[in-house]
Design a protein around this ligand. Structure first.
Ligand code: CU
Length: 183
């Protein structure tokens, strides 16, 4: 009796394995590929600054078959970073604000992180960023994977972006004009 029940178990096991293998071969591909694996970063650079805030830019390409989402950025060059976008501010001028849902690079597509659009915001640089030097950045994707790149520091005088600070984010180092809301 022990014997026959063992035999039954083995047979059932063999059937299951067969089904699993068949199921596998028809399912779409490599669960091990991360979002970071399918993204390439080119033309990356950082706007030179002595202190306070500045921005980093890059061209992102996604060679994968699914959209990828960048949820955060970090750099030894800044105490804190945010993902920002440009949007119409008060009075119709463009102002930057945080992108709480992150930055999406569409499947088989590109996304430009560029002045006047989405940018990687260095909220509080730890030392002056002078032209000709290099800063390292790390992007973290929705699935937890990361990609790092070195960006050259460049002089750039265009796009003096306004920043609309929230209550707990004083506009220290911001590029002028906005927020003089008392104190
Ligand atoms: Cu910004």
């Amino acid at each position: 009796m022990t014997r026959s029940s063992l035999g039954y178990t083995l047979t059932a096991g063999a059937v299951c394995v067969g089904l699993l293998v068949a199921g596998c071969s028809s399912s779409p591909q490599t669960p091990s590929a991360t979002q970071a694996d399918s993204v390439t970063v080119t033309d990356q650079w950082v706007k030179a600054a002595d202190s306070g805030m500045t921005s980093a830019f890059a061209e992102l390409a996604n060679t994968g078959r699914g959209d990828v989402r960048i949820v955060s950025a970090s750099s030894p060059a800044s105490a804190r970073m945010e993902l920002h976008e440009m949007a119409p501010g008060e009075g119709g001028s463009m102002a930057m604000r945080q992108k709480p849902d992150g930055v999406v690079v569409p499947a088989n597509g590109t996304h430009s992180i560029s002045p006047g659009g989405d940018h990687l915001m260095l909220m509080d640089i730890t030392a002056p960023l002078t032209p000709g030097t290099i800063a390292t950045f790390t992007l973290t994707f929705e699935d937890g994977s990361t990609t790092s790149f070195d960006a050259a520091v460049r002089d750039f005088s265009g796009n003096k972006e306004e920043y609309l600070p929230t209550e707990d984010e004083p506009a220290e180092g911001a590029s002028a004009t906005t927020s003089n809301h008392g104190g």
